[in-house]
Design a protein around this ligand. Structure first.
Ligand SMILES: [Cu+2]
Length: 118
C-alpha cells in the first residue's frame, strides 16, 4: 500500500517536472497593427520574469514566446500584454489601457469608417 502511494507520488512528481519546461515554446494571438505595437507587445512580454524570447508578427498577429514554465505561464504574459493595451484571445485589455496606446495603434477601430480619419 505504502509502495503504491510512493510510486504515485513519484509519478506525479515526474509528470510535473516534465510539464514544466524551462524552454517552453508557444504562440498566442495578440491584437495590434504596426511596428509600434510590435515593440510594445514584445517589451511587455519580455518584461515578465521567465520570458526569454518574444517576437510578434505584424501580419499574422502571432506572438511567439520561449518561457521558463517554472517561473511563469501564458496567463501572466497575457496579463502583461493587456496591461499595455493589447487584446489577447482569452483576455481583453481594459478601455483604460487601450486608450493609452498611440492613436495609430487603435486596432479595435479597424472596421470603422476610414474616410473619417483621413
Ligand atoms: Cu501600433
Amino acid at each position: 500500500m505504502k509502495k503504491g502511494i510512493l510510486a504515485m507520488a513519484m509519478l506525479c512528481f515526474s509528470l510535473a517536472t516534465f510539464a514544466q519546461d524551462k524552454n517552453k515554446k508557444l504562440t498566442m494571438e495578440v491584437d495590434g497593427k504596426c511596428e509600434m505595437c510590435k515593440m510594445r507587445i514584445e517589451k511587455a512580454a519580455l518584461g515578465v520574469p521567465g520570458v526569454k524570447y518574444a517576437t510578434w508578427d505584424i501580419p499574422s498577429h502571432q506572438l511567439s514566446l520561449i518561457m521558463d514554465e517554472r517561473k511563469t505561464n501564458a496567463m501572466k504574459v497575457k496579463t502583461a500584454i493587456v496591461a499595455v493595451g493589447h487584446d489577447t484571445k482569452e483576455l481583453k485589455a481594459t478601455q483604460e489601457s487601450y486608450d493609452q496606446v498611440h492613436p495609430c495603434c487603435r486596432y479595435r477601430e479597424d472596421n470603422s469608417d476610414d474616410s473619417k480619419k483621413h
